[in-house]
Design a protein around this ligand. Sequence first.
Ligand code: NAD
Length: 546
Amino acid sequence: MLHGHVRPPAVTNEPNLGYAPGSPERAELERTYAALGERAIDLPMFIGGREVRTSDTVPLRSPHKHSHVLGQVHRGGPGEALAAIDAARAARDDWARAPWTTRAAVLLRAAELLATRHRATLNAATMLGQSKTAHQAEIDSACELIDFWRFNVHFMWQLLGEQPQSSPGTWNMLEARGLEGFVYAVTPFNFTAIAGNLPVAPALMGCTVVWKPAASAAFSAHFIMQILREAGLPPGVINLIHGAPQPISAAALGHRDLGGVHFTGSTGVFNSMWGSIGAGVAESRYRSYPRLVGETGGKDFILAHPSADVDALAVAIVRGGFEYQGQKCSAASRVYIPDNLWLRVRDRVLAMMAELTQGDVGDLSNFVGAVIDQPAFERISGYIAHAKGSASAKILAGGGADSSVGWFIQPTLVETTDPGFKLMVEEIFGPVVTAYVYPEEHFEDTLRLVDASSPYALTGAVFATDRHAIERALVALRHAAGNFYINDKPTGAVVGQQPFGGARASGTNDKAGGVYNLLRWMSPRTIKETLVPPIDWRYPFLGPRK
Ligand code: NAD
């Protein structure tokens, strides 16, 4: 234990590299992309510091070229889940006792390794495995993950500094204990940064973790684990397990020592986990009440006021709706445009869409890649087919899909006359934007529509130059989005700048990458020391009358 008011290094956001033609980072990324894609690798589980292989393997394929096998994923079942839980429990006491500087140093070293010698590897893995372009990988698997790891150290340090008052003769202290038991981290496919943050944030606070990544993101998960090990993460602190989610979750959620769940993914899955934990609480299954943190689905909106800037609005629709094939939880999916602007906005958007390039993300001139897998391809195609067959909608651009080489769905713009249309209210999670055109004098009614049309409340944007309209939207849409944007696209939250998360059916809104989230992984202990304890039981009011 160090004696001193130790302060972690000052923290700033990791700058994005540009990958312009001829740049050294582009050359390195292209080399690494080619090398990683050259031959299929083994993707084992990591339990108690050991690589665990099973005979139950499945090939992991590139979404934009599904004939390309990147690796063989070794899947476990309830037995491996219990082994991972045991490893986490065995590692817990030493890890929880370690000074915060020890835990912080592992993360800071991991961030530095990622910022330097492993940046190209994790970016290339994210491109190959999740079909992100170089730019989308850079802002996710490099910058956002580096930021999560560095900023969380800074936020933990701030939290530790929050100490209670002491009255004369006493000394009060607050100790940030990691949760008892283990944390079960379940991560989605769409952000490598989220996958790298969800197990690590509880670990930083002194918890030990069983981590189950999305099957389709097993490639980048493998390299995250390698970086953490190289950074010095002790065996058993984070245990990575692959396999069918239901039996693994049943083992984790059925365990007496479940201390918390750190989840990001779809609303339905989180609801079912909550239900199972609720039943467990009712039957006194757990030692403590498990902490439940879940960031879930979205149906993110852009609302334009009649005073909006048309060019800015059109760019926000294209970038917000189609970057990473619309597979960001924050992606713009429903837009509300007044009729005074619609034709100009539509034509600007269509002109940009005609220029969007789509294909293999290894070709850095492409702006969009493929959607993650066949079920996603079929689900999104189903929504497009529904729009094609509906009298209240028409496809203005895109609408095509081709699965012959990869899971490609064209960026698609739909116009509907029905604000309650299926594509306006359900999460699609693909490159499909649906627009509803409202009479310009009906801004107030449209605010109500935006607020009430969908069960979600993750992100949303208002475009206006009229300050009163912005004020109205801020008030009327107070609960419609946990991340609200004024004259900006609803995607691209930055750690330390726009803490991220939504409410209603979008999650518990514990704001990943902020103190709010870290608070959930600690169980404070208050310590009071009385410096000179009383030695007479009588209070002054019991003294003799004068
Ligand atoms: P998903 O719900 O299919 O999977 C998420 C994780 O849950 C994966 O690890 C998966 O294996 C696991 N899982 C699936 N079924 C399970 C079950 N029955 N029991 C236990 N675990 C199970 O989500 P996805 O397709 O990976 O990601 C897309 C979803 O995530 C979208 O709904 C998106 O909006 C949401 N998302 C939300 C945020 C946010 O911050 N709110 C961020 C990213 C993604």
